[in-house]
Every structure is written in structure tokens, then in C-alpha cells.
Design a binder for this molecule. Structure first.
Ligand code: GLU
Length: 445
């Protein structure tokens, strides 16, 4: 197999959400697993809705995730090429001017439905003479341009969906150029795919129907259509379509929550595949394991809780060096290896460590139940003198046990609650060393 060239082609009219990140990721994993090329194409032909901020946001999010590109370009830089391609199609008689307004088309569809016919464009414009057109234009109408489909059956073997067939006679001739002269994404996309040497178009299955028309456009422009892979869409954990919440779940939100890029790509790279969903060591490992054959046909369920539990698994093992800067951002003292190694088991994200910062380095409100008041007073008296070391906790609790007869939970829980202000958390003996004698004495009294 020659090395694949793929593209991820977002429109900069919004932020990336988990659904389109998954498409980017699948493209990247496929390309990199085969030593291929990943191109980032910015589909900004809609000049009104596209913004530089969204474009930058897309680049930042992909970079944060590690999905770096080998090449990138913007469609807005290529209008000359699209104009030339449109001229070529006009010369071939495959791009024709239409003058119907949106209302007229709407009425036409209603009528067709009422007659039990499929609501596809009736091609009335093909019968217009030059005089008719001149008259319409004199009335102030501007043409929009449709691609003339062959009406034949288009077949391809989809890398995910297997054999596909689309009868183009069942489709409306697609509009390629709007009345205001702007391009819909279809023609630019096909031309770009040809000129960039795209070998595989990999995208969501919402584009399957478009593929029928696009394959004809590829052929008309003189290129063979690339191979195609249409992946099932992502749905919410409850199986309902990508919910509003999920659809708007941007990378910025996840990053602010402290979610690791590796947790996101480990989940999105395996969701809806026959492989287990587990944290993988790296994007490269995910790329090595990637195969279209592993992608199932049913929608992939995205569950934010699953993402958080993968993130927790990653956090529990995270080396100090990797967490250090983010700990320092919580509090300068928190950038402490003993502290991190102690608390990480109790954290879903690095930022979760914040709740233990006052326990180790600041002030807390001790929890002392009435029935434990005497016990805690005794504990304060028995706390070994001198610096608190690794042995202090053992010596201290043995002495307390001997003195009070308490053991197990009755012995340890009141100490934990008094010293840390919480019922659960990391090892109290190590925490005691971090907080030091001063804090311990104050909390016990
Ligand atoms: N800009 C298109 C989209 O975001 C690209 C579709 C494609 O990959 O061909 O839907």
C-alpha cells in the first residue's frame, strides 16, 4: 500500500467538540500508523461565519491533543482554483444556472410530496433558453449553480461500512455555488482532495449521501475518487444523539477541568472499536493499534464519566515531573514530590490535589466529635516530642492504643478527622510529616 495522505477539514465556525476531535484523531491515527501524511484543511469558504479566533482555537486544541499536522492550508486562499474548476464543469455542461428562489423550491417540494414523489430538484432550469435566462437576470435574479448528476448508480467499498451504493437519480443535483457567488463546501472539497493527493477521505457517516455526488465530481474534475471511510457518529451515554451538552463539550472545557490529552485520545481512539478502552501509553501506540476493521457499525457512546475514570487512572500513576508545574500553579508549596506521591491516588485530576494543599501546608478546621474529645486530648499528650519522622505515626498510634484500648477504625478515624478535617484521603502518617508538628499540635488542641 502506498502511504496514505488524509485530511481533517473543520469549518472555523465554532469550537472543536468531542465528535469532530474523534474524526481528526481517526485520520491522524490511520495516517501515522502507516507512515502517511496528515493535512489540516480549514474549510472557511463561508466568509461570514468563519472567524480567525475559531481557526486559532482549532489549531490550539489539535496541538494540545498532540494531533500535529504535516501540512495545512485554508480554502479561502484558493478561490481562483475553485473558479477555474467551476468553469471547467460549466464547459463540460455539468454545472448549470438555476434561478428558483428558496420559496419556489419549497413549494415545489411540497407539491412533489403531495403527489407521493421524492422531493428532489425537478431540473426545470435545464430547459431555460439564453433568452429566458437574460429575462430572469433583467428581473434582478442571480443564478445559483447546480452540478448535473449522472443518474447512475455509484458504488464504492467503504473501509468502515463495506459495500455502498447510491442511486444518484434519487438525489437533487447539488448546489455548488450560491446566488451570492459563494461556494458550498462540496466543489472546493473535491478539488482540494484531488490537488492535495488525498488517498483516503475519512469522516463521519453524516456525509455518506454526499459521497455519491462527490464521487461524480471527482470523476468530472479528472481525478479518481479517493478511498472512503465513514465512521458511525458519537452519541451520548444514554444512546440519544450527540446531546447539546456533548456537542458543546469543547476541548477548552475539558482542559480547564484538568483532563489529560492522553485520556481523551485513549477514549476517542477506542470508542466503538473492538479493542478495550484503556489508557494507552501514547498517540503512537494508538496509531500502531489502529485499523478500520476494528471500527463497528453502531454509534459509539461517549460517556464523560468514562473519560474521568480514565483520567483518574492516568493521574494515579502520574510522575511528579509531569504534574509539577500544575501543582505549583495551585500553590508554590504543592510542587513537592512527597506531597504529590501521597495525594495522587485520591485525585481524578492534578487540580484535585488542591483540596489537600491546606491539609499539608495551610489551615483546616479539624473534625472532632464530642465522644472523641478525651481521646484526642490524650493523643495530643502522647504525640512524640521532636521532629516528626517516618516513624512517628507508628510509635504514636501504638502508644495511644496501649493507653486507650482503642484499635482499628476507632483509633484511626478520629485522628484522621482531627488532623485532616476529612473522613477520607491519603495516608495520615505521611500527611503528618508534611504538616509538621506545629499544625498537628494546633489541630489536636
Ligand atoms: N468541512 C466539512 C465538515 O466539517 C468537511 C467534511 C469532509 O471531511 O469532507 O463537515
Amino acid at each position: 500500500m502506498t502511504q496514505p495522505v488524509v485530511r481533517f477539514a473543520p469549518s472555523p465556525t465554532g469550537k472543536l467538540h468531542v465528535g469532530n476531535v474523534r474524526t481528526a484523531l481517526i485520520n491522524w491515527l490511520f495516517a501515522k500508523g502507516q507512515g502517511g501524511t496528515f493535512i489540516l484543511r480549514i474549510d472557511d469558504t463561508d466568509l461570514e461565519r468563519s472567524t480567525a479566533e475559531y481557526e486559532q482555537g482549532i489549531r490550539d486544541d489539535l496541538t494540545w491533543l498532540g494531533l500535529t499536522w504535516d501540512k495545512t492550508f485554508k480554502q479561502s486562499e484558493r478561490f481562483h482554483q475553485y473558479d477555474a474548476a467551476a468553469d471547467k464543469l460549466r464547459d463540460m455542461g455539468l454545472l448549470y444556472a438555476c434561478y428558483e428562489t428558496a420559496d419556489e423550491l419549497d413549494r415545489q417540494r411540497k407539491l412533489q410530496r403531495a403527489r407521493g414523489k421524492p422531493p428532489i430538484y425537478n431540473r426545470a432550469a435545464l430547459d431555460l433558453t439564453d433568452e429566458d435566462k437574460a429575462k430572469l437576470e433583467a428581473e434582478g435574479r442571480k443564478p445559483h449553480w447546480r452540478f448535473k448528476l449522472s443518474g447512475e448508480r455509484i458504488e464504492w467499498v467503504d473501509l468502515v461500512r463495506g459495500e455502498q451504493a447510491i442511486e444518484t437519480s434519487s438525489l437533487s443535483d447539488p448546489v455548488l455555488i450560491r446566488a451570492d457567488g459563494s461556494y458550498l463546501y462540496t466543489l472546493p472539497s473535491c478539488l482540494d482532495d484531488i490537488e492535495a493527493g488525498i488517498t483516503h477521505v475519512v469522516r463521519g457517516e453524516d456525509h455518506v449521501t454526499n459521497s455519491g455526488a462527490q464521487i461524480e465530481i471527482f470523476q468530472a474534475l479528472g481525478g479518481a475518487a479517493p478511498a472512503m471511510a465513514h465512521t458511525p457518529l458519537l452519541v451520548g451515554a444514554d444512546g440519544s444523539g450527540l446531546s447539546k451538552r456533548l456537542g458543546s463539550l469543547g476541548m477548552g472545557t475539558l482542559r480547564e477541568k484538568g483532563v489529560e490529552p492522553l485520556a481523551i485520545v485513549s477514549l476517542l481512539g477506542k470508542l466503538g472499536t473492538s479493542d478495550n478502552v484503556e489508557i494507552r501509553a501514547s498517540l503512537d501506540q494508538l496509531a500502531e493499534e489502529f485499523s478500520f476493521d476494528k471500527i463497528g457499525r453502531s454509534p459509539a457512546r461517549f460517556d464523560e464519566e468514562e473519560l474521568m475514570s480514565l483520567n483518574a487512572a492516568l493521574t494515579h500513576e502520574m510522575p511528579f515531573g509531569q504534574a509539577k508545574d500544575r501543582l505549583a500553579a495551585l500553590a508554590p508549596e504543592a510542587a513537592n514530590e512527597t506531597f504529590w506521591t501521597l495525594v495522587r491516588e485520591n485525585c481524578q485530576t492534578v487540580e484535585d490535589a488542591a483540596k489537600f494543599v491546606p491539609v499539608a501546608f495551610g489551615e483546616i478546621t479539624p473534625l472532632i466529635d464530642d465522644e472523641d474529645k478525651d481521646f484526642i486530648a490524650t493523643a495530643a499528650k502522647l504525640l512524640p516530642t521532636g521532629d516528626i519522622t517516618a516513624d512517628t505515626w507508628g510509635t504514636w498510634t501504638s502508644a495511644l492504643k496501649a493507653e486507650t484500648g482503642r484499635k482499628g477504625r476507632g483509633l484511626f478515624m478520629p485522628l484522621r478527622k482531627a488532623l485532616t478535617g476529612r473522613e477520607r484521603g491519603p495516608d495520615v502518617g505521611v500527611m503528618l510529616q508534611l504538616m509538621g508538628r506545629g499544625r498537628a499540635v494546633k489541630r489536636l488542641s
